[in-house]
Design a protein. Structure first.
Length: 149
């Protein structure tokens, strides 16, 4: 094999290796930042990850919002009309946050099964509901009424 051809093969091999490494780093970064959505029923059934961030969505149960201390911590319950999950959030809630409306929260479960939210998102107006919450609630309502989804 001639030296020029050997150099070209080495160069091509290094380029392929570099492209492979770049792809691997991009996929790992994407996977680390991926956040899945879970309704309260799947969280209670243990299908949500215990050690990773995920999104939880549902309706805030009326009468469940409480502020246990003088601080900024708020505790409330979310439901998909089948199961309930307790959510704790420390911070300022969105202006549109109200009992009886749909929300999506980003966070993780603690050891006691309480969802510790890092961010709470409320709907935009009275007609808007996040697509994940809407699909989850529709699925739960059809399952509880005995119809096939």
């Amino acid at each position: 094999m001639k030296p020029a051809r050997k150099q070209r093969l080495i160069l091509i091999g290094l380029m392929v290796l570099g492209a492979g490494l770049a792809t691997a780093f991009a996929l790992k970064s994407f996977n680390d930042n991926l956040m899945y959505f879970f309704p309260p029923t799947e969280v209670v059934e243990g299908k949500a990850p215990k050690d990773a961030l995920f999104r939880l969505g549902g309706m805030v149960i009326k009468g469940s919002v409480e502020r246990p201390e003088k601080g900024m911590m708020v505790r409330f319950k979310l439901t998909d009309f089948n199961k309930e999950v307790t959510v704790e959030y420390t911070g300022i809630l969105p202006d549109l946050f109200r009992e009886g409306q749909g929300i999506v929260a980003h966070g993780r479960l603690n050891a006691q099964g309480v969802f510790i939210a890092e961010e709470v998102l409320a709907k935009h107006d009275e007609n808007y509901m996040p697509p994940e919450v809407k699909a989850s609630l529709k699925k739960q309502l059809t399952l509880t009424s005995g119809q096939k989804p």
